[in-house]
Design a protein around this ligand. Structure first.
Ligand code: DC
Length: 225
């Protein structure tokens, strides 16, 4: 397990996906799972304040991850892969991911998935909670402004043009606050994770660095990568 954690907009998803591709191993995006569950719960009118209704919702749903890139995340037969990237879903996911039963449900799902195969798993708590024994842990970060600019660019590319930098910056800041200050598994760097600031490096440079670190760690652990 190669664990990659960090705040939104640090470049995690793009980098983790490319690293997995280059190493020829599976890429698992845990943020997509929080996004999909939050969207499905919201659309099913499940109140985020009712643990009982959330539990019932979680017990009865069927989530499929990674059937294919076009069907990355499917809940009860509905392909949510595109819709989870809409701007409003970020806020829903940030709220839904604060709830302990939601986290327990997904951590369990992620552990089962991660134990099946050698992979790159990306999120907020992979190195601290989901796989604390991961052979290699990376914590990616970048300055707030750079992360907001990247997020704005991402939204533009998806045709969502009606946002200003100020709006996105304030949303990113609010999400950081929620992710870092939440009671359950807050976003933090694992003691044994390697910190990489992506602000002043290209995606390729960061990928190269992660691959170099991962190969070194793998050989220390007697693993072939
Ligand atoms: O990485 P992302 O922006 O797609 O994540 C969406 C939300 O899910 C984010 O607000 C934090 C939450 N999340 C989490 O709490 N734990 C994870 N392992 C992954 C994401």
């Amino acid at each position: 397990m190669l664990a990659i954690d960090g705040p939104g907009g640090s470049g995690k998803s793009t980098i983790a996906k490319k690293v997995a591709e280059r190493l020829g191993i599976l890429y698992i995006d845990t943020g997509a799972m929080y996004r999909a569950l939050a969207l499905a719960a919201h659309e099913a009118n499940v109140p985020f304040t009712s643990p009982q209704e959330i539990q019932e919702f979680l017990t009865n749903l069927k989530m499929q991850y990674g059937v294919s890139p076009a069907e990355l995340i499917v809940i009860d037969g509905k392909n949510l892969t595109q819709r989870i990237r809409e701007h409003h879903v970020s806020k829903l996911a940030s709220e839904f991911s604060q709830i302990l039963i939601v986290r327990n449900h997904l951590v369990d799902f992620q552990r089962k998935l991660g134990l099946q195969t050698f992979c790159v798993m990306e999120g907020r708590d992979i190195g601290t909670v989901v796989f604390p024994d991961a052979f290699c842990k990376i914590f990616l970060t970048a300055s707030l402004e750079i992360r907001a600019r990247r997020r704005l660019e991402e939204l533009k590319q998806k045709g969502q043009n009606n946002f200003t930098l100020e709006q996105v910056l304030s949303d990113v800041q609010e999400r950081d606050r929620q992710d870092m200050q939440r009671k359950e598994s807050p976003l933090k760097q694992a003691g044994d994770a390697i910190l990489l600031d992506t602000s002043s490096y290209t995606i390729e440079q960061v990928q190269d660095k992660i691959i170099e670190v991962a190969k070194k760690k793998a050989s220390e652990h007697g693993l072939r990568l």
